[in-house]
Ligand binder design. Sequence first.
Ligand SMILES: [Zn+2]
Length: 180
Amino acid sequence: MALGTDYELQDCALARALEVVGERWSLLIVRDAFYGVQRFNDFLTHLGIPRAVLTARLNALVAAGVLRKEPYQWSPLRHGYLLTGTGLELWGPLYQLSRWGGRHATEGGPHHLFAHTACGTDLDLVGGCPTCGGAPVPPTEVVMRPNPARAGSRREDPVSLALVRPHPLLEPIASAAEPA
Ligand SMILES: [Zn+2]
């Protein structure tokens, strides 16, 4: 799980955080969990990553207390992956990092826009609601939608298809194996 001895020697909270979410794919898995992805195969097809890598990253995020496993089917037993309280605290950093990427590292702007569910106002750069003011909006009160300025997604995995419509964060995205 640790990134290596260089990081282990860093007595720094940021280095500790990167040991948890700094490996390739880890933060994208967390992002997908905020989108409502819970099942292994949905992470797999949406992220397009090797199965073994996904298994390793999920296990590491569970071990770090960011995700927890919860049964969604008993016979045969199948587990989904849900954000813990610790994991939910990553919404702010994840959102702000995403906005940073949209400003400096993405041509054409973000693929998704995020708004305060209660009033429909798009979140500001730090994840707050300009209309309601005050503290950053928690992910349970955020709805995402495709950015109309971007060409529609041509991806046809179940998660991408679900996200062509407005979608509350954390609302489970049903697997393709089951009726929506
Ligand atoms: Zn608002």
